[in-house]
Design a protein around this ligand. Structure first.
Ligand code: TYD
Length: 138
């Protein structure tokens, strides 16, 4: 499960005018993009996320600054560094995620496969462990 979380390296198009990164749904990332949001102004000691999703898949990109993402599938954990604007991490559904260690200039862009639905967020870690236990049985 944790192996489905993958670092993606997007092409950097650029010329003397600067850089350009293009991300097209179902081409550069595994899903069509239904929602975009971004997180900035989080202090270094803040931990965001702390949830898993029943349906949503995500790609996270630090378009400015840096942060870390810890993913957890109930058994294994892995930490990814987001430290370049052309690097993203793909997160499948049902992965617990923490975003932390935000630099002052961090702008964390999130592309999501679903519209927002509060009911598909699991925000309690013990509940997540139960859900993932059932999921792994099937
Ligand atoms: P939250 O999921 O806690 O943010 P993060 O994943 O960065 O920790 O979201 C913060 C608030 O914003 C919460 O009240 C739900 C709301 N929200 C939306 O209404 N739509 C969205 O697409 C997102 C991501 C959050």
């Amino acid at each position: 499960m944790i192996n489905k979380c993958k670092l993606l390296s997007f092409d950097e198009k650029g010329d003397v005018r600067g850089h350009l990164v293009i991300i097209e749904g179902k081409k550069d990332i595994p899903f069509d993009i239904k929602r975009v949001f971004y997180i900035y102004g989080s202090d270094k000691d803040v931990i965001r996320g702390r949830h898993a999703n029943f349906n949503s898949e995500f790609v996270l990109i630090n378009v400015a600054g840096t942060s870390k993402v810890k993913v957890d599938d109930g058994t294994n954990q892995k930490v990814f560094n987001l430290d370049r604007p052309h690097i993203g991490i793909y997160l499948p559904k049902l992965v617990w995620k923490d975003m932390y260690d935000f630099s002052e200039d961090s702008v964390l862009l999130v592309l999501a496969s679903e519209h927002y639905d509060a009911n598909e967020y699991i925000r309690d870690y013990d509940e997540y462990l139960e859900v993932i236990k059932e999921y792994k049985k099937n």
